[in-house]
Design a protein around this ligand. Structure first.
Ligand SMILES: NC(=O)c1ccc[n+]([C@@H]2O[C@H](COP(=O)([O-])OP(=O)(O)OC[C@H]3O[C@@H](n4cnc5c(N)ncnc54)[C@H](O)[C@@H]3O)[C@@H](O)[C@H]2O)c1
Ligand SMILES: [Zn+2]
Length: 543
């Protein structure tokens, strides 16, 4: 079955014109959704609005989407607001790839103006309102499967570009997410084939001189060579040091090995460290960079989904002590983060799912549209579809970047939302001596517990709890906590370094996308919820 190609974007982006050209190029039927609606209604769109209001139009639009997306192999131009309706979006995604024709607001408004013949009620709105509307829609458009810029291009150029992107013959795409910190803002590059480009990207970010590549035998063996070649082509000499693989080696002893390697290669204060690997390598190399010669530059090349969406962004670096995880650390922002989704192809399935748990966390606390995307594209993500992975990595980085920019050192409470699911998650990991559950798996269980607490304490709808459970389950994540001693669990939670004044703090949800912190959750209720969780989802428990 040939999937549909669905063009989305703001009015004036050229969806119909480009769609027609694209359909010709690909020898496919072209369907203009607005035309289908007009034909079926026997009225023009302004007439529908006049007779039935926006509600009538949206109903007709939903019918048209249902009909059109039941067929395949078409090029479809959607209306500007079509995908803002959840059901339409899900239907279009189910049988099609979505391509966002992205244009600056000025570009699309100017085009809409010149094409309009009284058909565009939106154009009458004040500028500020259009900007707000554009920003709102952008959040959904940005989760298209592909994004093609239309500014300064003819419809034929745009059509040709879409065709190339769909064939996969286009240059690897990349998305750049900026972390806007005063004085040391940096970019996160998310894309395919980026390792081969890493040298150029590093130089572009102002990294120079001698470096030290910190990795482990597993990841270094897979990607170290390609990375070193690319760095060397850009004039960066970066010898490699391997650290042992495993969380138990995220220690000061291992940091000392890194310092020694740096000294032996004669690194100086203008040198840099580069971390290639998962969050463990990033935390370790970052801590070494924060402290070696009182701080040198640092580059992150994360290779696990968890590190790409979370650990590599935000500047928290550190090591574990026997007494607990991440007890020693620093804030040290990287110069650049290079997240190549190609590296996720070799990631074990469990680790992939564990990374998805953190993506679900961003969706639950900050962006319901991201949850929609996960629901629609879970199969593709688990099959490691690169475009789908890019979307979730980029959006997750955007969310984390915005939180970090507002509260870099976690003093204002803004960053606290990122701890959703982590109070219980961390305690479960510790209670099981970090051996049974991956971090993301523990967070999945913790998020579900927090959602169940939210249903009792902060008004989260039961349907939202079920939605979360269903999504985690589809990702292959556990839902029920393993049997652990409840008292031990509470003791561990109290010991967590984030406990303020001996009160357990939980990030709870009022609704999806809106979190609050509560420090008055009774112990008994927490244990109740864990028991209930176990009885409902025991079948998914790991032991
Ligand atoms: N600094 C932060 O803000 C932050 C946030 C979240 C987590 N963390 C830290 O991150 C660590 C967990 O990160 P993680 O889940 O990436 O674990 P990890 O770094 O231990 O990697 C997991 C395993 O995957 C292997 N691996 C990595 N990339 C691979 C690839 N592309 N193909 C095949 N195998 C690959 C690694 O060798 C390792 O065995 C913890 O130490 C945690 O404390 C830090
Ligand atoms: Zn986490």
């Amino acid at each position: 079955m040939e999937v549909n190609v669905v063009l989305i974007g703001f009015m004036g982006a050229g969806k119909s014109t480009v769609g027609r050209r694209l359909a010709e190029r690909m020898s496919r039927p072209f369907v203009d959704l607005d035309a289908v609606i007009e034909e079926t209604a026997g009225m023009s769109i302004p007439e529908i609005f006049a007779a039935e209001g926006e509600e009538g139009f949206r109903r007709r639009e939903a019918d048209a989407v249902a009909r059109v997306s039941a067929e395949c192999g078409q090029v479809i131009a959607a209306g500007g607001g079509t995908v803002m309706q959840r059901r339409n979006l899900a239907r279009l995604r189910a049988t099609g790839v979505l391509v966002w024709l992205r244009g600056r607001l000025d570009t699309v408004l100017a085009r809409a103006q010149s094409e309009s013949n009284g058909h565009r009620p939106l154009l009458a709105k004040p500028r500020a309102e259009l900007e707000r509307l554009y920003a709102e829609r952008e959040r959904v458009y940005a989760l298209a499967d592909h994004i093609v810029d239309v500014d300064d291009k003819t419809p034929d150029q745009v059509a040709a570009e879409i065709e190339a992107v769909l064939r996969g013959s286009d240059r690897p795409q990349a998305v750049v997410v900026n972390v806007p910190l005063p004085g040391r803002s940096y970019d996160i590059f998310v894309g395919q084939g980026l390792l081969a480009d890493a040298g150029r990207l590093c130089v572009g970010a102002g990294v120079s001189g001698k470096g030290l590549l910190v990795t482990n035998a597993t990841v270094g063996g897979l990607y170290g060579g390609a990375l070193q070649r690319s760095l060397s082509l850009a004039g960066l000499r970066v010898p490699r040091v391997d650290v042992p693989d495993g969380e138990q080696y995220k220690t000061l002893d291992t940091v000392v090995r890194i310092y020694r390697a740096a000294v032996s290669y004669r690194l100086d204060r203008r040198s840099f460290f580069l971390a290639l690997g998962g969050g463990m390598t990033g935390d370790l190399a970052g801590f070494a960079a924060a402290t070696f010669l009182r701080g040198v530059d640092f580059v992150q090349v994360p290779t696990t989904l968890l590190a790409q969406v979370d650990a590599a962004v935000g500047g928290k670096v550190g090591v574990n002590l026997d007494e607990g995880k991440n007890l020693v650390g620093a804030f040290h922002q990287p110069r650049i983060v290079i997240a190549d989704v190609d590296t996720l192809q070799s990631l074990p399935t469990r680790a992939l799912a564990a990374g998805l748990a953190e993506v679900v966390k961003y969706g639950m606390t900050a962006d319901p549209h991201l949850l929609d995307f996960l629901e629609d594209r879970m199969e593709q993500l688990l099959a490691r579809d690169r475009a789908a992975l890019m979307r979730v990595v980029a959006r997750s980085c955007e969310i984390k970047a915005s939180v970090v920019a507002q509260d870099e050192r976690e003093t204002l409470g803004v960053r606290e939302g990122l701890n959703f699911g982590h109070t219980i998650g961390h305690a479960l990991e510790a209670a099981l001596s970090y051996s049974t559950l991956l971090h993301g798996e523990a967070v999945a269980i913790g998020m579900l517990a927090a959602a169940m607490l939210s249903a009792r304490l902060t008004g989260l709808a039961a349907s939202e709890v079920e939605r979360l459970a269903a999504l985690l389950q589809r990702a292959g994540l556990p839902l029920a906590p393993p049997a652990v001693d409840p008292d031990q669990l509470l003791t561990i939670m109290r010991r967590d370094k984030k406990v303020l004044a001996d009160r357990l703090r939980f990030v709870l949800l009022e609704r999806t996308g809106r979190w609050v912190v509560r420090d008055d959750v009774p112990d008994e209720l927490v244990l109740d919820v864990l028991r209930e969780q176990r009885s409902i989802w025991a079948a998914t428990a790991k032991n």
